[in-house]
Design a protein around this ligand. Structure first.
Ligand SMILES: Cc1cc2nc3c(=O)[nH]c(=O)nc-3n(C[C@H](O)[C@H](O)[C@H](O)COP(=O)(O)OP(=O)(O)OC[C@H]3O[C@@H](n4cnc5c(N)ncnc54)[C@H](O)[C@@H]3O)c2cc1C
Length: 400
């Protein structure tokens, strides 16, 4: 089966414009702020510049101000945006808003799109996605979902606790996953609800102090305490939340990979610049075998990640579930970007751990990616189970 990897010319031009925008506008701001934007004014300024440059929200449809990129198109453009930590924020393709836009575009009603998607795509508001719960609730095993939503006259009452909810403070609304049938520990039925930030039943408990800081708004713990929402707050159909989560999570896994691949390339470029100029023991670092090995391994990790991402995106664009391909690409890329940034830092010596270059910041930012969107171990477990089932289903013909 032929897999087409080359982007079409319009996408290639958009990627070039994105790369130029990131270098000219975003990197100077990123260097000034140490890679972390903490104020709405920075977000608004960067997004205004991205709109002016014609690179804003490339993934959403033209009617919402975007370019309607398919997943392969996103792979090319998002990698360029990810070349700077603040690039995705500038283009309004950062997590969790980008994944929420994708989900809303796929399953929201026209009224919900007008009310939630349109302002989100315009950058006028932010959002969050509330699924994970403290133990014993939902984490790598979504079937443990403990937050409940029960039917009340005219709507639903949500009760439960969520944590690690990125961007929850200042978000205009949350997409909250709650159990509407079955018991924790069994899949049962979950439903997604659109909860407005001014709902008195949804409260912020605390900001969680984490290793990473660049995902805008940080990560929060929330409580849903008698949180009543109307019937039209249901996103999609009741009890279909686990299915919709896959609509969001498969592509969202890939877009995270694309953005972090950009940072891996940036780290490699920083290391290459250093290797080409720094001399030790009478030779350039770039001419020393062990440094060459690290440079080569970085090139291999970057190229292999890109290939796996494109392959998974091709399956998603073809309308397949791509469960195996996205698990493989996510596991490999999340570990590869860590290796690349770590080697780049090593090549730079003490400079690498200093604030003079952003490699230490990059290292902190990429580490949690081996946990969110499914920890590596969860994906390996799923990959192995699919492989053994496939082998069993094939029967005697493929016996060794
Ligand atoms: C920075 C960050 C941002 C996040 N943002 C959001 C957000 O916006 N919204 C949201 O809902 N959630 C968010 N999360 C939560 C994230 O999705 C969960 O952390 C993730 O699903 C793992 O769940 P857990 O932390 O409960 O780990 P657990 O489920 O407790 O798993 C712990 C460990 O068990 C191991 N493990 C898991 N499965 C298996 C297996 N099958 N076999 C062997 N070992 C296994 C892994 O090593 C795993 O790391 C975020 C997390 C982080 C770190």
């Amino acid at each position: 089966m032929a897999v087409e990897l080359a982007p079409d010319p319009d996408v290639a031009r958009l990627a070039e414009r994105t790369a130029a925008f990131v270098r000219a506008v975003v990197i100077p701001v990123e260097e000034r702020l140490g890679g972390v934007a903490r104020t709405e004014s920075v977000r608004a300024e960067l997004q205004a510049e991205a709109k002016a440059a014609g690179v804003f929200v490339p993934h959403v449809g033209v009617e919402f101000g975007g370019h309607g990129l398919d997943m392969r198109g996103r792979a090319v453009v998002f990698e360029e945006a990810g070349y700077a930590l603040l690039g995705p924020l500038a283009l309004n393709i950062a997590a969790p808003d980008e994944g929420n836009m994708h989900l809303l575009e796929a399953i929201a009603t026209d009224e919900q799109k007008a009310r939630y998607l349109a302002p989100l795509a315009a950058g006028d508001v932010r959002s969050c996605f509330a699924m994970t719960e403290p133990a014993p609730g939902a984490g790598s095993d979504p079937a443990a979902l403990a937050t409940t939503a029960v039917s009340v006259p005219g709507g639903w009452r949500i009760d439960g606790r969520k944590w690690f909810i990125t961007g929850a403070e200042g978000a205009a609304f949350a997409i909250c996953m709650a159990r509407t049938s079955g018991e924790p520990g069994h899949a049962g039925g979950a439903t997604m609800f659109l909860v407005d930030a001014d709902n008195p039943g949804m409260k912020i408990v605390r900001h969680i102090d984490t290793l990473d800081e660049s995902l805008y708004g940080g990560h929060l713990e929330l409580i849903f305490d008698g949180c009543v929402v109307p019937d039209d707050a249901v996103l999609g159909e009741v009890d279909q939340g686990f299915r919709y989560a896959q609509v969001r999570l498969g592509p969202a896994r890939m877009t995270h990979c694309m953005r972090w691949l950009g940072i891996a390339r940036r780290a490699q470029d920083i290391a290459l610049a250093r290797a080409n100029e720094r001399e030790v023991f009478g030779a350039k670092l770039a001419d020393l075998g062990m440094v060459q090995a690290m440079i080569a391994d970085n090139e291999i990790d970057i190229a292999a990640s890109r290939g796996l991402i494109l392959r998974a995106c091709w399956e998603l664009d073809a309308g397949r579930s791509a469960a195996q391909a996205t698990s493989i690409a996510k596991t490999f890329t999340s570990e590869a970007v860590w290796r690349v940034v770590d080697r780049a830092l090593q090549i730079c010596g003490a400079l690498g751990v200093s604030g003079d270059v952003l490699l230490g910041r990059f290292l902190r930012e990429v580490r949690p990616f081996r946990i969110y969107d499914g920890p590596s171990e969860t994906h390996r477990w799923s990959i192995a189970r699919r492989a053994t089932r496939r082998h069993a289903a094939a029967g005697a013909e493929v016996r060794p």
